[in-house]
Design a protein. Structure first.
Length: 162
């Protein structure tokens, strides 16, 4: 189970103001899960970061990471990977000659927003560190979400008196 206050604390720990000032956790469809910023940013700015992050993600999904420059600064988008059972790449061909296992759709994405004077390499290192902390708890959500009903059963029609 994910606790929003814990997510916020974890996102806050990765920040290094004034360069790296905002961290956001969101779904690939653009639904905000949690965010942290220093100094505090407006909800509109956070939504812009999520929107840009979602667009970047749609363009680079196969790469697992994307970068963009915007009026808000540098935005790095990373996939929160499920923890691998071994050191093997889950998208690599199996040793027994089986075909490649297709990469599952990302459950969550992380976007880091920094000023232009922060090096992309440093931003990536911070992002990968954050993703490493988030991968196990978020990876535990994949199976319950797969088995849950995607479309809930509609309620029975109400009987209105005539």
């Amino acid at each position: 189970m994910l606790v929003l206050s814990t997510l916020h604390k974890l996102l806050s720990k990765v920040l290094s103001p004034p360069q790296l000032h905002t961290a956001v956790l969101f779904t690939p469809s653009g639904q905000l899960v949690s965010s942290a910023s220093s100094p505090t940013r407006s909800k509109d700015d956070i939504r812009v970061i999520v929107g840009v992050g979602s667009e970047v993600w749609q363009e680079i999904d196969a790469q697992g990471m994307g970068m963009a420059e915007s009026e808000l600064g540098r935005i790095l988008v990373l996939r929160v990977e499920d923890p691998a059972p071994s050191s093997a790449d889950p998208a690599a061909p199996a040793e027994n000659g089986d075909e490649e296992k297709p990469r599952e759709e990302a459950l969550m994405l992380v976007a880091l927003n920094a000023t232009e004077d922060m090096d992309w390499g440093d931003l990536q290192a911070k992002g990968k560190e954050l993703v490493a902390h988030l991968s196990r708890p978020i990876g535990k959500l994949r199976e319950p979400l797969k088995t849950s009903s995607v479309s809930p059963t509609p309620p029975p029609p109400s009987r209105l008196p005539r």
